[in-house]
Write a protein that binds this ligand. Structure first.
Ligand SMILES: NC(=O)c1ccc[n+]([C@@H]2O[C@H](COP(=O)([O-])OP(=O)(O)OC[C@H]3O[C@@H](n4cnc5c(N)ncnc54)[C@H](O)[C@@H]3O)[C@@H](O)[C@H]2O)c1
Ligand SMILES: O=C(O)C(=O)C[C@@H](O)[C@H](O)[C@H](O)COP(=O)(O)O
Ligand SMILES: [Zn+2]
Length: 388
């Protein structure tokens, strides 16, 4: 199956002002801004978090801040402080860090906590944390009373460049990643790059895997930029890092605006490497391998599969491998076991008519959605980046 090309009419709109960038996710009446700022959360004027919240929601008298327990005294506190002068009742809910919180048990507790704090359809859920908090809180918002308004405040690089944008929310099942969820768009994405200052290096690198993904799937000049500037990004040099975040958000906003619910196939490109990655995460045990680490290895497996099928060149694989290595990400997983991974891959959400479909590279900046891949080639791709 071929992937529809980028639509010219639904490109993300970008408005840079001073040291801030605003990108619009164009979804008609459900359009929303991604505000990329630095040191701006507490500003008392309309450019601070509270001002942007007022502008995005209008009437809001109750905010429920659902935050990662590990950042409750830092980013979470900044968000709470920024709302202190507002005429808004605040409820706080903490969620333990880590992938295991994306579970049916934690979701059920969260529904009860929302009930207990008096959440109703005029409330807003504000998710403060990484992708785990955004996915979990977003799904709770989508389902409680059939829908609460929702705002994303990403505090990890991965959440800033990927999970906070686009409205995919959900939880894991033991047998598969993100198997239960909903498309539920936020009203606002607030990115304050200062939050990255406390992010551990391993988590920062994990986010870089999704950044590299955008270069491979639809932005070849950005891939070139990353090759040249990876050292500055690793040092978290402010301007370079901001550029990488904003370019990633532009890619994501463009793809989501083209195919919000992954119906035409265009949005499936964001799943590059993920058929393998999700099987790696599930078979390793959730939380053992970080999502971005699994995506890096999954992209390697996908590129090897592409080479094997004659879809792309060895040179593409060489460049991708070099960038992943330069970014300090793993390229292989010694324990990757096809016998365990292939059955998990059967639950991939891109399966159609009982057949797996893989997002595979054609050239840097372009991928295709490929069905009818012989299983022995899938096994060989897994083995080429494992010890088995
Ligand atoms: N919905 C989507 O479109 C989408 C896209 C990509 C990934 N995801 C999902 O996102 C999840 C991964 O997200 P993640 O990588 O952000 O992981 P995460 O949410 O687990 O956060 C990573 C770690 O960083 C800590 N942390 C967060 N912010 C911090 C900060 N500012 N300073 C210090 N520590 C901080 C957290 O406590 C946690 O231990 C996975 O479940 C993945 O499936 C979803
Ligand atoms: O937004 C998307 O679409 C993506 O596929 C982004 C991915 O990086 C992300 O990991 C997503 O959660 C995967 O979605 P899934 O539908 O394969 O579970
Ligand atoms: Zn991902």
């Amino acid at each position: 199956m071929s992937i529809p090309p980028r639509s010219e009419s639904t490109s993300a709109r970008t408005r840079p002002t001073n040291n801030a960038t605003e990108i619009t996710v164009d979804l008609g009446q459900r359009s929303y801004p991604i505000c990329i700022e630095s040191s701006a959360t507490g500003r008392p004027d309309e450019s601070g978090f509270a001002g942007r919240l007022r502008a995005a929601l209008g009437d809001c008298t109750h905010a429920i801040v659902i935050q990662d327990a590990a950042i409750a005294t830092s980013a979470g506190q900044q968000i709470l402080d920024s709302l202190a002068g507002e005429d808004i009742r605040i409820s706080e809910i903490e969620v333990a860090s880590g992938e295991t919180s994306k579970s049916t048990d934690r979701l059920a507790e969260l529904w009860s906590e929302l009930l207990d704090c008096g959440a109703d359809r005029r409330s807003v859920v504000i998710a403060v944390g990484g992708g785990v908090i955004g996915d979990l809180a977003g799904f709770a918002a989508a389902t409680f009373t059939r829908g609460l308004r929702f705002v994303q405040v990403p505090t990890t690089l991965l959440a800033m460049v990927d999970s906070s944008v686009g409205g995919k929310t959900g939880i894991n099942l033991p047998g598969g990643k993100n198997m239960v969820g909903a498309f539920w768009q936020p009203h606002l994405v607030w990115i304050d790059t200062d939050f990255l200052a406390t992010l551990p290096r391993r988590e920062y690198l994990s986010g870089l895997a999704e950044v590299i993904k955008y270069g491979v799937i639809e932005d070849a000049p950005f891939f070139d930029y990353l090759e040249t500037n990876i050292a500055a990004i690793l040092e978290r040099e402010p301007q370079t890092t901001r550029h990488a975040i904003s370019r990633s958000c532009q890619s994501k906003a463009r793809v989501v605006a083209d195919d919000e619910r992954e119906t035409t196939g265009r949005r499936a490109i964001l799943n590059y490497g993920h058929t393998f990655a999700h099987a790696i995460e599930a078979t390793a045990g959730y939380g053992v391998m970080l999502h971005g680490e699994a995506v890096a290895i999954g992209m390697q497996m996908a590129a090897s599969l592409g080479v094997d099928l004659g879809l792309c060149s060895d040179e593409l694989l060489r460049r991708q491998t070099a960038l992943i290595q330069a970014a300090g990400l793993p390229r292989s997983w010694a324990e990757a076991d096809p016998a365990k991974m292939v059955p998990v891959m059967a639950h991939d959400k891109k399966v159609a008519h009982g057949k797996l479909r893989f997002v595979l590279p054609q050239e840097i900046g372009s991928v295709g959605l490929i069905a009818d891949v012989p299983q022995e080639k899938v096994v060989a791709a897994i083995r080429s980046w494992s010890d088995r």
